[in-house]
Design a protein around this ligand. Structure first.
Ligand code: SAT
Ligand code: MN
Length: 582
């Protein structure tokens, strides 16, 4: 129980509608977690992994129709449709009340309703926020315990009078027909029913930390972004912090945990991980922009993660980790496509059967405590966060976008973010590999009109002036005429981060092009890297014709926003067109 009256009242109200058999207040303790896990192992919700090789690790197999975020069932229930904007599904609050609320009626009968207080952000941080999730899924509770500071830390922060984001979640009958994820930005409230998976159900993540926190940031003067946070340490031991936005399943976790290539590592280059998915950014007392990671764990994509691609993640998932929809070996160790030893003949797939590929679901995940990651930053719990020097936008583009370029100024940087595009991935239900505009990697996560969101970004830059971070764009995924990736990616991406650092420090060589500053041929340190002849030129090439087509796509996209498109964005597009025509 809590001394917070508003909380007690809301819990009672919800319980009288959902009618659970019992209500359990979660304190986040070891003891409570052990009891929950024992119960889930008993009823088959969790399977025990090999406890000598993976102590404290469990496997969950989700319903086969519930394996990713369902964006078409995700709604912003703002006062007006225009407040949600053209990129969101909108539902009126009245419709939500008549269409969605009745699904909660008696939904928790025979189940336990868990009251999960959670803190987004470090304890004692002026930037941290409290959420309360009411859920009938013990799997969700166990995940929230890893992903957030759950229980006592949150109630302490809340106090008797503090405010919180209300999140109501029920598995319902898990049917996609009766699945809705509704957000009420004005009331700072979330209703989610019919899914137990990831961002649909762990309400602290995309629902609160992005879709609700976004409008809060707009009102209060800060940014809630779909970004990793990393610290780049140079050989002198100086650490520079950067945030980077990429769409789901485009390598944020890998970049946040990057291990530099040999020649760099031995000189003392190092990457420290502050966050892999979400960044909340506020101006600090010294006028610089500071970022905190509101989360406490990683909900990372398993397939493709290996000792080769991300040794830090592999180390982080060795204990106390919940695996969801991965495959298992005969001795109950997790395994997936791309992981060492994968070709083992006897693998059980993510549905529990012999494996017709894929063995692991393409969106299978690990939920691991951030503190278990060998590269976790010493500043992870710093209540002030870390000062950000560079913001990086990135997409998955076979063509058009070069490996890296720098914006001319903040407004142009906002334009780069606003016009980002990327090929879709398995992180959301739907077609994979089609190019869609994904501004700031926030397309599925911006809880208000995206035109207003860009306006807020512009204002944030004005406020920062000279101290605002520099803005860049990267693309690790450019392909050659034979459709092969041109850039090796992973650890080698450090070379690009180093150029970005150089630029931030007023060094690093670049040429001015119509789209921004692109590294000169020797701008990026390629020592020890075996790139084919001409590959760097291809990676940095700007195809004017392709860019002219790009501006037509941007124009069409911007057209959707009508009056809500900031004039500065229209102006940026006109200037780009002029530069390309010259
Ligand atoms: O499923 S989540 O939204 O938590 C992860 C993602 O899509 O990035
Ligand atoms: Mn994400």
């Amino acid at each position: 129980m809590s001394a917070n009256e508003k909380l007690a009242k809301w819990v009672n109200e919800v319980a009288s509608v959902t009618q659970p058999e019992r209500v359990a207040w979660c304190d986040g303790s070891e003891d409570e977690n052990r009891r929950l896990i024992e119960g889930m192992v008993k009823d088959g919700t969790l399977l025990e992994m090999n406890q000598s090789k993976y102590p404290g690790c469990y496997l969950h197999r989700s319903h086969t129709t519930d394996v990713a975020r369902t964006e078409h069932l995700t709604f912003i229930c703002s006062k007006t449709k225009d407040d949600a904007g053209p990129t969101n599904n909108w539902m009126s609050t009245d419709e939500a009340k008549t269409r969605v609320w009745p699904l909660f009626q008696g939904a928790m009968k025979g189940r336990t309703m868990f009251v999960v207080p959670y803190l987004m952000g470090p304890a004692g941080s002026p930037y941290s926020k409290v959420g309360i999730e009411l859920t009938d899924s013990p799997y969700v509770v166990a995940n929230m315990r890893i992903m957030t500071r759950m229980g006592k830390a949150a109630l302490d922060h809340l106090g008797a009078r503090g405010d919180f984001c209300k999140g109501l979640h029920s598995l319902g009958d898990l049917s996609p027909e009766r699945r809705f994820i509704c957000h009420f930005p004005e009331a700072r409230e979330i209703w989610s029913i019919g899914s137990g998976y990831g961002g649909n159900a762990l309400l602290g993540k995309k629902c609160f930390a992005l879709r609700i926190a976004g409008p809060m940031g707009r009102d209060e003067g800060w940014l809630a972004e779909h970004m990793l946070i990393l610290g780049l340490e140079d050989p002198q031991g100086q650490v520079t912090y950067m945030c980077a936005a990429f769409p789901s399943a485009c390598g944020k976790t890998n970049l946040a945990m990057l291990i530099p290539p040999e020649g760099f590592k031995s000189k003392g280059w190092k990457v420290w991980t502050v966050g892999d998915d979400i960044s909340w950014m506020h101006y600090g007392p010294d006028g610089r922009l500071y970022a905190i990671n509101p989360e406490a764990g990683f909900f990372g994509v398993a397939p493709g993660t290996s000792d080769q691609t991300n040794p830090n993640a592999m180390a982080a998932v060795k204990k106390n980790t919940i695996f969801t929809n991965v495959a298992v070996t005969e001795d109950m160790c997790p395994i997936w496509e791309g992981m060492e030893g994968f070709s083992l003949p006897k693998v059980t797939d993510w549905t529990g059967k012999a494996w017709p590929p894929p063995a692991a679901h393409p969106n299978s995940r690990f939920t691991a405590p951030a503190k278990q990651c060998p590269s976790v930053s010493k500043e992870f719990d710093n209540p002030q966060g870390v000062p950000i020097s560079a913001i990086i936008f990135g997409g998955r583009r076979a063509k058009v976008a070069p490996l890296v370029y720098q914006s001319m100024n903040w407004a142009h940087g906002v334009f780069l973010g606003a016009t980002m595009a990327s090929e879709t991935t398995a992180a959301a239900t739907g077609q994979v590999g089609v190019v869609r505009r994904d501004p700031m990697a926030m397309l599925p996560f911006c809880g208000y009109n995206m035109g207003d969101y860009w306006g807020h970004w512009l204002k944030m830059g004005e406020r920062g002036g000279d101290k605002a971070p520099k803005i860049f764009h990267v693309n690790w995924f450019r392909r050659d005429v034979n459709n092969k990736f041109l850039w090796p990616g992973f650890g080698e991406n450090l070379r690009v981060l180093k150029w970005i650092l150089d630029r931030v420090q007023g060094k690093g060589s670049a040429v001015e092009t119509p789209i921004g500053s692109v590294p000169t041929g020797d701008g990026i340190d390629t020592a020890g890297l075996k790139l084919g002849a001409g590959v760097m030129d291809q990676l940095l090439a700007i195809d004017r014709q392709a860019w002219k087509e790009e501006t037509r796509g941007i124009q069409e996209f911007f057209g959707k926003f009508g009056e809500r498109l900031p004039a500065a964005m229209r102006e940026q597009l006109e200037q780009l067109k002029k530069r390309l025509a010259k």
